[in-house]
Design a protein around this ligand. Sequence first.
Ligand SMILES: [Zn+2]
Length: 111
Amino acid sequence: MRDDDLIALIITLVIGVVALAIYIGLIVLGVSIARRKNRSPHWMWFAVHPLGLLITLIVMAALSPLKLCPQCAQKSPMHARLCGFCGYNYEAPAAFAPQHAPGVYVPPPRY
Ligand SMILES: [Zn+2]
């Protein structure tokens, strides 16, 4: 093996490692955006294909965030006034909100 071949091999390996690091970094970025917006980070599984990574990152950046219901922990759009799952009123004063101990399961009320 000549010295030129060895240098070319090392340069190729370094470029490959840098490209892989950038690729994994973009996937981690997409997962953090999804978590920040209360969206499922499992959408980033589309990133197994580079085009899927690009599309998922653009969609993740464009999606509006969701808010978590304090009563049933389901996700609703930010503009929602009532929870679509349990009917929790997001605009009610906090004093009237049901108070539960953290970590205790509370079934949603029946209507
Ligand atoms: Zn709810």
